[in-house]
Design a protein around this ligand. Structure first.
Ligand code: FMN
Length: 360
């Protein structure tokens, strides 16, 4: 048995304990930032599940774009309203503010502002694959210039108080994993508190395969810098497979939480199996209600519900029919009727539309 096996076994044995740092005792499971998905409403909903025992260690905000000037406080607040409640969700889970940009000076000033406002930590995004972002000196483009990753990280690190973590999120490289060591060392030299790695290249976007094994090289190169594994973690078994391949024992989960919002709790042994469809339907109705209460127009809230179902259906074939059923709806009312019918067990896959009439 290698030292890493021992460490993973220890982590797994203590998985019920929610670690608040990748190196703390217990299992560290972060909710990944997903622009257009994981806003404060979503973060609140997920972290409040099961009476606040969601199993989520940490959330990261959608990215705040930093260009020439420091970002004003109201923009940081819009991305991370939790700064006004101690930097935590209502369930008490810390939220880091994520920044995306290529210029150390406004990045550092924005990091300082986020910390002053009350952010629990600042995460730097060097993994975004969007063409518009990459062509304007941001996101994964920086993977080609590790020295700039180091400079930006150091500038942000120096700008915020010592006890506020500054973390870095990357992909394994631009078009290969060949430079992962160089990038990991740059983040470590810049003073990152930890490094999260999505185990794909920029060129891959979200296409398979996921290269968990490359993360082991990042770990070796990064010295004491903890490495968090990210990419294609859809079930608790994936954590064990990823740990064996990457030698990481802290994780970040994004799309897997859409199909299985209880995944964090499942990984800790608190719940069994994927969330039953009636429960997911109820969660989606709660999601819509919270979005409306936050001021989102009905049409946009409906789009978000459809988006959730589409992303969930990508990993849960048992949801595809429900997505197909709701995606054509133009108003919330019939979507709500369908979700209520699913909640009551009156509508299931393959059932004719008259099931809806019975439910309505
Ligand atoms: C719709 C969408 C939006 C995303 N937005 C962000 C973002 O704002 N910041 C970021 O660092 N990563 C972002 N990501 C990447 C995720 O954080 C994560 O690295 C990626 O989805 C792989 O993890 P997963 O397989 O668990 O989803 C986004 C991913 C998706 C699918």
């Amino acid at each position: 048995m290698t030292g890493t096996d021992t460490s993973w076994r220890e982590t797994w044995a203590q998985r019920e304990r929610v670690a608040d740092h990748p190196d703390a005792p217990g299992l560290f499971l972060a909710l990944a930032p997903m622009d257009g998905v994981t806003d404060a409403v979503y973060r609140g909903l997920l972290t409040e599940q099961f009476g606040g025992r969601s199993g989520i260690s940490l959330c990261v905000s959608e990215f705040v774009r930093v260009t020439r000037d420091p970002v004003p406080a109201h923009v940081i607040r819009r991305h991370c309203p939790e700064v006004d409640t101690g930097g935590r969700t209502r369930a008490g889970v810390p939220v880091f503010v994520q920044l995306l940009g290529g210029d150390p000076t406004p990045m550092a000033a924005t990091a300082r502002r986020a910390a002053e406002l009350g952010a629990c930590g600042v995460d730097l995004n060097f993994g975004c694959p969007a063409k518009t972002v990459n062509s304007h000196d941001g996101g994964a483009k920086l993977l080609k210039e590790p020295d700039r990753i180091e400079r930006i990280t150091r500038a942000a690190r120096d700008a915020v108080p010592h006890d506020v973590p500054v973390t870095v999120k990357i992909r394994i490289g631009w078009d290969s994993g060949d430079t992962i060591e160089e990038i990991a060392r740059a983040a470590a030299r810049g003073g990152a508190t930890w490094l999260t790695v999505h185990a794909r290249t920029r060129v891959q976007l979200y296409r398979p395969p996921v290269h968990w094994h490359v993360l082991a090289r990042a770990r070796d190169a990064a010295g004491a810098l903890p490495v968090i594994a990210n990419g294609d973690l859809f079930a608790p078994e994936d954590l064990a497979r990823c740990a064996a391949s990457s030698r990481c024992h802290a994780f970040m989960i994004g799309r897997g939480a859409m199909g299985s919002p209880g995944l964090f709790a499942r990984a800790r042994g608190w719940r069994q199996g994927p969330m039953p469809l009636p429960e997911l339907a109820a969660l989606l109705r709660e999601y819509q209600a919270r979005m409306r209460a936050s001021g989102l127009p009905e049409a946009r809230a409906l789009c978000r519900v459809k988006q959730w179902l589409r992303m969930a259906a990508a990993t849960r074939p048992d949801i595809v029919w429900l997505f197909n059923h709701i995606k054509v709806m133009r108003d919330w009312a019939p979507a709500a009727v369908a979700l209520i019918a699913v909640e009551r067990g009156a509508l299931a896959a393959g059932e004719p539309d008259d099931a809806l009439d019975r439910a309505g």
